[in-house]
Ligand binder design. Structure first.
Ligand code: NAD
Ligand code: IPM
Ligand code: MN
Length: 320
């Protein structure tokens, strides 16, 4: 089984290093193949997702990715984020699972990942107006909704679908399609919630949520919010899945340029993303559980270790 490793930018290589040490311990027979991606790939090749990297990802069993992004490219025409969106689209990993667990809070955000505002028509008109458009086809909504209901069946059987149906056409269609899909899942409770209210309820009624189903942009914003309510962004992993073909596993957080190079980034999100890869990407639930347990034990023991490597050392000790 080949896993493509994309260490990424900023704190990416720092947290990836610890995740790989742990992965090699729990699944030593996996073949890990590192490829260029992100800001460094732009410097080296002019493209954040070089052809050979994309081909390797497509041929792999799973892709383990560190965060990308570098302030050097903030105003540039070619940006690391473009390659990342292209990778998600090329792999068609439309189902982005972002779990946040802490104490009695256990939220799973199911974020549509390859449509909406990120991928709709965009451009500049003659008069200088700049536009991005939110576009969804009903089929795109149906497939992510089915995923959310399926996942809810294995949990507390509650789906909150988040939209802006009081304003957006895409949201009104979203709500209609989600309601239709819900008819096939009579055992799962469905509630629709407007996104502004959802942001407030996340803070006020955090433990009332189970599965949160939402479109790309809303899911991006709500997942940082959920992370901050349940231990912090340094703990938040994600799994992005297609219907067939390799999944993409990466932390919710970014390259954290403010702390990059200091050796103080929390590697937990990267390690928990690795556990999600073992479970959802490689069908190795036992190894996933072993890694997850070691990571959480380390967390409860050390809380906020000062160094990235100290956390990694402690996880290895748990695993030995
Ligand atoms: P960020 O998530 O990188 O950082 C936000 C804050 O959280 C910073 O203060 C940072 O120090 C802190 N933080 C993040 N991860 C941490 C960790 N593991 N341990 C400790 N602290 C952590 O968000 P940003 O600053 O808005 O974005 C920086 C760059 O990352 C941008 O270029 C952005 O596009 C990119 N980004 C990439 C991804 C990805 O590759 N999936 C995700 C989000 C942002
Ligand atoms: C995330 C990130 C990305 C997103 C950016 C870097 C394009 O914020 O994975 O949450 O918005 O999807
Ligand atoms: Mn984000």
């Amino acid at each position: 089984m080949t896993v493509v490793v994309l260490p990424g930018d900023g704190i990416g290589p720092e947290v990836m290093r610890e995740a790989l040490r742990a992965l090699e311990r729990v699944a030593p027979e996996l073949e890990l193949e590192e490829h260029a991606f992100g800001a460094q790939a732009i410097r080296d090749t002019g493209d954040s997702l070089p052809d050979e990297t994309l081909a390797a990802c497509k041929a792999s069993e799973a892709v383990l990715k560190g965060p990308i992004g570098d302030p050097e490219f903030d105003a540039a025409e070619v940006r690391p984020e473009q390659g990342m969106l292209r990778l998600r689209a090329e792999l068609d990993v439309y189902a982005n699972l972002r779990p946040s667990e802490h104490g009695h809070v256990n939220i799973l955000i199911v974020r549509e990942l390859v449509g909406g505002l990120y991928f709709g028509a965009k451009g500049v008109r003659e008069d200088g107006t700049v536009f991005d458009t939110m576009e969804y086809h009903p089929d795109q909504v149906e497939r992510i909704a089915r995923r959310a209901f399926e996942l809810a069946r294995g949990r507390r059987k509650r789906v909150v679908s988040v939209d802006k149906a009081n304003v957006l056409e895409t949201s009104r269609m979203w709500r209609r399609v989600v309601t239709e899909v819900a008819a096939d899942y009579g055992d799962v409770d469905l509630e629709h919630m407007l996104v502004d209210n959802a942001a407030m309820q996340f803070v006020l009624e955090t433990d009332g949520f189970d599965v949160v189903l939402t479109e790309n942009m809303f899911g991006d914003i709500l997942s940082d919010l959920a992370a901050s309510l349940t231990g912090g962004i340094g703990l938040a992993p994600s799994a992005s899945l297609s219907d067939s073909g390799p999944g993409l596993f990466e932390p919710v957080h970014g390259s954290a340029p403010d702390i990059a190079g200091k050796g103080v980034a929390n590697p937990m999100a990267m390690m928990l993303s690795t556990a999600l890869m073992l479970e959802h990407g490689l069908g190795r639930a036992d190894e996933a559980e072993r890694l997850r347990t070691a990571v959480w034990n380390t967390y409860w023991e050390l809380r906020d270790p000062e160094r990235t490597s100290a956390f990694g050392d402690a996880v290895l000790k748990e695993l030995s």
